[in-house]
Ligand binder design. Structure first.
Ligand SMILES: Cc1cc2nc3c(=O)[nH]c(=O)nc-3n(C[C@H](O)[C@H](O)[C@H](O)COP(=O)(O)O)c2cc1C
Length: 451
């Protein structure tokens, strides 16, 4: 298969990307690559049967078998949800007390093992969707305040959320995150990442657009960040740093929204994470109201990373906490430049690694200068996200062994224009079906199966 690749500004050695990273708690990542969290929406959805609800499937295990052969320094899971009624989508993996079973533990334990096959750290992203819970899952999800999400992604609608009382912040949020973190630890994961970016519940607390509270969880930035520190401290009380268990966070450098989190606030939050001993911070940006998995500014295009200019401003606050930057990296030269100029220490990759699950391995071996260049319009984020979801479904069809060792077995090559045309037509038909389903009050299929 001949894959078309992104242009590489200059031919540089990838050596710096192979350097280790040492976390404040002493753990090391074998190199600078982070597999970013990418929701697969391929776990079970059986809300009426708690023990069967939110279980990772064979598809999920096969997907991570592929990434487990990709030579990442750290692999994040997709968002694993901590509340079975506040999901990002039907098909999320879930960890919750009511769903406790040997089967669930065995599946999560196997998941961690597959992620670590070639030396990567296995880190679980924990999330609570709050008001970004689709209304077919729950018409009255939790949130910091009762601000309803109106514009959604993937033709989804959202109900008016219920504000959590201070007591419920403890029982419905803090306790659930701590339970899931302990579960991850017991299943052999090397750490967890709190998802506090992209408009999910923890960022509903930190963002002025969604937090209108007047109690100790609202108002000042210190108050808006409080729930995150309560979760962090409660996790550390159960699993101290001396265990080597890593605790990180994904946070928005900026939201690009009126009244949204500003760069100054993003920077102050990061200073607090550093001060409190977080092992790593992954910088991202945007919310469901303003998704920014593309370039907002002309000036960042050349250097590829969408949030690079913001990361540059935030970088000085990190002394011990390791910083990863995710979004937009496509060429080795831009990755090396971001690290050599010390804007970031690690490189997060999302969509490029559904096209090519072993991209880091190839880069480190000097075999490729950049990621596969798909032929979609990069500003059509929904299209590129759907394509990534499709590629993950394809990765999930076979284990590495049954694919004869080929981690790209059955993965569509979207650098081929003809295939992209065919895919866009398939998406058109899919969206028509979604629209019909939604109008008929049915839950629409999230993943497009494509051959
Ligand atoms: C299909 C898809 C699913 C995603 N799911 C998650 C998720 O579960 N958690 C998360 O923090 N970010 C998620 N993201 C955002 C990615 O982690 C990443 O920040 C974004 O894709 C930008 O990186 P990229 O330009 O390398 O793709 C998702 C993105 C895509 C395209």
């Amino acid at each position: 298969m001949s894959l078309r690749r992104f242009p590489n500004a200059s031919t540089v050695s990838s050596e710096v990307l192979g350097e280790k990273l040492c976390f404040p708690n002493g753990r090391q990542a074998q190199n600078r690559f982070l597999k970013a969290a990418l929701t697969e929406i391929l776990s079970t959805y059986v809300p009426d049967e708690p023990k069967k609800h939110g279980l990772p499937t064979d598809s999920i295990l096969n997907i991570y078998d592929k990434w487990g052969h990709g030579k990442f320094g750290m692999i994040l899971t997709s968002n694993v949800l901590v509340d079975p009624t506040n999901l990002e989508a039907a098909g999320n993996a879930i960890i919750y007390q009511e769903g406790e079973s040997h089967e669930r533990r065995a599946l999560f334990t196997h998941w961690a093992k597959l992620m670590k096959q070639d030396g990567a750290l296995a880190v679980m992203q924990l999330s609570h969707a709050g008001r970004q819970t689709p209304d077919y899952v729950n018409p009255t999800p939790w949130s910091a305040s009762d601000i309803q999400l109106v514009s959604g992604v993937r033709y989804t609608t959202y109900g008016k959320p219920k504000p959590l009382s201070p007591e419920q912040v403890k029982t419905e949020v803090v306790d659930r995150f701590v339970y899931a973190a302990k579960y991850a630890y017991e299943c052999g994961f090397d750490g967890i990442q709190l998802h506090a970016a992209h408009g999910y519940l923890l960022s509903q607390f930190t963002s002025p657009t969604t937090n209108k509270r007047t109690d100790k969880y609202g108002g000042t930035l210190e108050n808006r960040q409080r729930v995150i520190l309560e979760i962090y401290n409660a996790i550390r009380a159960e699993i101290p740093a001396s265990t080597g268990f890593i605790v990180g966070i994904k946070t928005n450098s900026v939201e690009f929204q009126a009244e949204g989190t500003t760069l100054e606030q993003g920077k102050e939050m990061c200073r607090v994470y550093e001060e409190n001993g977080f092992d790593f911070v992954e910088l991202s940006g945007g919310t469901y109201e303003k998704l920014v998995f593309c370039h907002e500014r002309e000036s960042t295009k050349k250097r590829e990373a969408f949030f690079l200019e913001f990361a540059e401003q935030i970088r000085p606050v990190f002394k011990k906490t390791i910083v990863y930057l995710t979004g937009g990296f496509r060429s080795v030269s831009a990755m090396v430049d971001a690290i050599s100029s010390n804007v970031t220490q690690g490189i997060g990759l999302g969509r490029p690694i559904t096209a090519e699950p072993d991209l880091p391995k190839k880069i480190l071996e000097g075999l490729v200068p950049s990621a596969v260049q798909d032929q979609f319009n990069p500003n059509q984020i929904t299209m590129t996200a759907l394509a990534s979801g499709t590629q993950m479904e394809q990765m999930g069809r076979t284990s590495v062994k049954s694919a004869g060792g080929d981690v790209m077995h059955q993965v569509s090559d979207f650098s081929c224009e003809k295939l992209v045309e065919k895919y866009i037509a398939t998406v058109g038909a899919h969206l028509q079906q979604v629209s019909n389903d939604v109008n008929n009050g049915k839950r629409a299929k999230a993943v497009i199966v494509f051959d």
